[in-house]
Design a protein. Structure first.
Length: 444
């Protein structure tokens, strides 16, 4: 238990808490304490093997906030006996980079490996990122960058090519519940205090945190510090208090349970039935209960093609734009972006022709896996393939007046199949007319 300082605060009933944030005090020190990222750190996984063999090279951790990027970097430094230098892309410039590199060079002289952790590395401009290159290339430092943005777009190709990218996933409700239980029992947290908390509320906090460990710990800390102090010195946290701490009702919702699927089904079927009022209500039910807005946006994207398709091609663009808006601005601002998309999709013309086309094609694809590709549309990159008549008779559609050729592109046994059967709804009517002309021409 860390020693209290003059800056420690005294809470109700004589409880003392360090001025160091609880999330920082609870930061895991070893891989055994680390929660989540089993796809990287589970037995036999690549990053785990690298650590066990002490074969660490420069890498980029890409993932949302609060999933343990900084913590994992510190654990790697401790486990590999490296000097750990924490570096923020928000507050540092070229001068600071050069100072850090000078220190790293000195460490190398004494045989000490230097691990430089750069938080929010995507905020560095090209010149700042390039400043790391020579030191990464000659091994003066092992660079670990953390970013919430796609490294392919935000990190220079030269630097990215010298790093291995590891994708860190959001912590799930189970992971966060385990973490919160540890906070209540660990002496770095509330282990010296008896905390009574209603059954299920740790799961509610975990769902509310939306994969972010810091948010989960901060919410629990707020609830405990404002809990009801009992005569025996214990603290009781009730649902009503937790709702105040989260600023919302803890609605009946379980991201992994039946209610999760019931509500997303309600949203989908309300839109399908052209009922924007019901769609917006079910949307609000999910978002206000802590659902990930990106999950909802992904479902809207699916709906745009499954239930609307070419009846209104703008529907898919609207849904994708809503997803991008959610990614850019997050909750709660993105609620209006999702509402706009849900209302648009509810009122757009209906067609499930694309859905039926794929399902029917899938059924044939799964039962007729040996159907050969017609010779006329096979690729012929070698002389042997040409001798076997690959591509023989192929007509480049752009060279014809009609911009199509009289070729059969389906396997022989399926040449009369019709998968896409457009409706006459919305813009799909014009696609139906064009398709009929195309089929008639190809069959002449």
């Amino acid at each position: 238990m860390e020693q209290l300082s003059l800056f420690d605060v005294q809470a109700q009933g004589g409880m003392h808490f360090s001025a160091v944030p609880l999330a920082e005090r609870m930061r895991p020190q070893t891989l055994e304490e680390y929660i989540g990222q089993r796809h990287l750190l589970g037995k036999g996984m690549l990053l785990r093997q690298m650590l066990e063999k002490d074969m660490i090279f420069s890498m980029i951790f890409w993932g949302p906030p609060g999933v343990g990027k900084t913590t994992l970097a510190r654990i790697i430094a401790n486990r590999t006996k490296s000097s750990f230098l924490n570096f923020s892309a928000v507050t540092s410039g070229i001068k600071e980079i050069k100072d850090i590199m000078k220190q790293a060079e000195q460490n190398r002289v004494y045989g000490v490996r230097t691990l430089v952790f750069v938080d929010e590395i995507h905020r560095f401009n090209k010149a700042q990122q390039d400043a790391f290159l020579p030191y990464v290339e000659k091994g003066s430092i092992t660079l670990i960058g953390a970013t919430t943005e796609n490294p392919s777009f935000e990190i220079n190709a030269a630097l990215l090519s010298r790093c291995r990218v590891f994708v860190l996933k959001e912590l799930d409700v189970e992971d966060l519940t385990v973490l919160l239980s540890r906070v209540l029992t660990d002496k770095r947290g509330f282990g010296d205090t008896v905390v009574h908390i209603e059954d299920g509320l740790l799961g509610v906090i975990a769902a509310f945190a939306n994969g972010d460990a810091r948010t989960a710990i901060h919410t629990l800390e707020t609830a405990v510090l404002n809990g009801e102090m009992c005569p025996d010195g214990s603290i009781t946290v009730k649902r009503e208090l937790l709702e105040q701490c989260m600023g919302k009702k803890t609605l009946l919702y379980d991201k992994k349970g039946e209610e999760h699927y019931n509500l997303i089904s309600a949203l989908h079927k309300s839109m399908r039935n052209s009922d924007p009022d019901a769609a917006v209500y079910w949307l609000a039910r999910m978002l206000e209960a802590g659902e990930d807005p990106l999950f909802v946006a992904r479902r809207l994207i699916r709906f745009a093609s499954e239930d609307i398709g070419l009846a209104d091609p703008q529907a898919l663009q609207t849904a994708v734009a809503a997803y991008q808006a959610c990614h850019f601005i997050g909750m709660p601002e993105c609620t209006l972006n999702l509402t706009q998309a849900a209302v648009y999709l509810s009122l757009a013309p209906r067609s499930n022709a694309l859905y039926r086309a794929y399902e029917n094609a899938k059924a044939d694809a799964l039962t007729q896996l040996s159907e050969p590709v017609p010779l006329v549309i096979r690729n012929a990159p070698t002389r042997l393939m040409e001798d076997l008549h690959y591509g023989e008779g192929y007509v480049y559609a752009h060279d014809t007046q009609e911009k199509m050729a009289r070729m059969t592109c389906l396997p022989e046994n399926l040449k009369d199949k019709r998968y896409y059967l457009p409706t006459q709804e919305g813009q799909e009517d014009k696609w139906k007319e064009r398709l009929e002309k195309s089929r008639k021409f190809r069959l002449e």
